[in-house]
Structure formats: C-alpha cells, structure tokens
Design a protein around this ligand. Sequence first.
Ligand SMILES: *Cc1c(COP(=O)(O)O)cnc(C)c1O
Length: 402
Amino acid sequence: MKRHTGQDRSVTRNWKPATQAVRGGTARSEWGETSEAIFLTSGYAYDCAADAAARFAGEQAGMTYSRLQNPTVEMLEQRIALLEGAEAARCTASGMAAMTAALLCQLQSGDHVVAGRALFGSCRWLTDTLLPKFGIRTTIVDARDPQQFADAILPETRVFFFETPANPTMDIVDLEAVCRIAKENGITSVVDNAFATPALQRPMEFGADVVAYSATKMMDGQGRVLAGAVCGTEDFILNTLLPFTRNTGPTLSAFNAWVVLKGLETLDLRIHRQSDNALKVGRFLETRVPRINHPGLPSHPQHNLAMRQMAACGPIFSFEVDGGRAQAHGLLDALGLIDISNNIGDSRSLMTHPASTTHSGVAEDKRIEMGVSEGMLRLNVGLEDPDDLIADLDQALEKVGL
Ligand SMILES: *Cc1c(COP(=O)(O)O)cnc(C)c1O
C-alpha cells in the first residue's frame, strides 16, 4: 500500500487539522481508490515461513492478525494522531474500551489515581468500583479547582483522570494548570476529550500526556457506530498501551473504523455548525429555565476559561428545571422534533435526563455531589435549523408550565 501517492509523510504532518480530517493517514491500495478501502480480513498470508517469523519478531514491517493490526483501522489511527498532534494513536471498540485501556495499561495494585468528580457515568464506575477491586485507590476531586489535584497527590499517585467539558454538568477543567501540576510531580495526565474533539480542543497543546476518546460521539457524528481512541507519545502507545490492548483484545472492527473515517471528513464542518446552533438554542433557553450550564454563554462561571481552551463551545450543554424528575420527564415527553435519547455528538438533536439514564448507575449521593440534579436535562444540538429546535422547545416548555 502506498501512503498518499507521491506524497511524503514529513510534508503531510504539517497539514492543518481540517486537512488532516479529510486526508490524514490515507493509504491507497494498488487500485488507487479515492475513498479509503475497508479491509474485512482477520488474518494475513505470508510469502514464506521465514517472512511469518520475521513479522512476529518485529523485524519485518507488515500485519499479522487483525486483533493487532488492520489497514483500515490503521488509517483511522494515523488520522486521529495527526488531528490530535500526537505522536501515535490506537483505536478501540468503544470509548469505554479506550478509557479502561488507557488507565489499566499503566496502573497496578498499590497505585493511586486522582479523578475529577464530574465524569461520564461509566468512567465513575471505573474509578469508584473497578480500580479499587485491583488495589488501585482513587481520590475524587472537584476538577474545576486545580489546587484540589495538587492537594490530593500521594507518593503512589500515578494518574490524573478528568474530562472537560464534563458530562453532563459542563464543568471546565483548566488544562494548562492541571497538566502542569501532573508534570511537576511525574504524574501522567489522562484527558477524556470526547465532548470537544481535536477539532475544538487539543489537550496536548496544554501539556496533557494521554488523550482518550469516545469516537462514537462527534467523530462518527451521525449516530452509527461505537469506537474509541487513545493518543499519546510513541513510547506510551508502543510500550505501555499496546501490550495491554493486543493481549486483551478491545479491537475496533474495520467496518466501524471506516465509518469513523467518513465521519472525520466532515468533523470540522459539523462541530462548528452544531456549536453555532447550540449557542442560539442556549440563548433562547436561558430566558426560560432557572439554570443553564452552557460553556458558550457568559453566564457559565468558567466561560472565559472554556473559550481560552476551546475554539467553540461544542454542541452539548445542560440545563435545570425546578420541578425535579417529574417536570424534566414531562418536558422530554412533550418534545416533537428533538428525540429522547442519551447519545451525543449526533447530527440529530437529542435530549436526555442524566439522573435516570446515563448517570443512573452512580449512587444518589455521588450524583448530587457531582451536580447531577433530578431536574437536569442534557441537550445535544444537531444540524437541524435552530429555529425549528427553538420552536419545539418553546411548545414543550409551555406544556410543563415554563
Ligand atoms: C460516551 C462517553 C464515553 C463512553 O464512550 P462509548 O463509546 O459509549 O463507550 C466516555 N466518556 C465520555 C465523556 C462520553 O461522553
């Protein structure tokens, strides 16, 4: 396979992110196809036994088995690494496979992790339930305050783990400040960047060591497949992550990788339009609901920090009603255009009640501590005309007395 017929990789590395999203990592077969090929193969054949031995010994370039390498998956991995500005990236079957691998590959019994309290529900299950089962302790902090990370450090602390913006409270973490504290203390910072994607925020530019993704969200962007990715230095990916993923097998399928490759082609376009739409819808909702958590609005306590780290606010925000679960569910049931769905990053507008869906597995006291109230709703603003979304919200709010 030839990489970008006639083009040198040292040149392609310098392309800007929007170019990388369309072309980065493309490898063409002998047919010169313009759109990336899907290689649905689990194995690879060798010309002779010595070639097989050399490939297994790592002395000959090439693929051996699709749990370890696949040409379509590799194109996606290179594209994500180029978009992120990371030395290397590897894909996984889902975002949670990426988070689990990024943590477990580098931790062992006796280690300690400091994690932001506002995390995706399953990420909180990792920190609160899975890691302790293996003797890895976690301290949960309010990640909006960098000093809390510094104060939680123990001699055994190996990893800081957080997301920004955080799901669904939209807490913002000061990437530069927290990653600096990590570096000064020899701690690896692992950032879940699913909400912003590299099109809006590149944590490594602020000093992050590892950036992990649910590519299910904005990267696919059309609600089709599950996928994940972990980005880091070549040393981290080859020597720490790969031994874990190659042997445990959270492998992304070639077909799903291809779907995400297609999604990435329009990532820049979609995320900016969806951010614009989310801002319009947010400005409307702000006049009608008691509280809104929207990093693009000046009313967000960390608006300036968000706008310093992010190129735009992104498509997702949350808001709260005073009538608790009954009013929140009533509002969802009154929607006519926006779907009741717990997915995000889709080109369709979707709304969910986190306390009874995405965060229902988090104990109530922890939910309250995180700021996930019974009246909170999370909205993913899609690519529909924002006037239609506002009209739908307007009639639904009226039906529940708002
Ligand atoms: C969705 C999500 C995940 C999990 O990703 P999956 O692809 O659903 O496994 C992890 N972190 C954040 C912030 C998410 O939004």
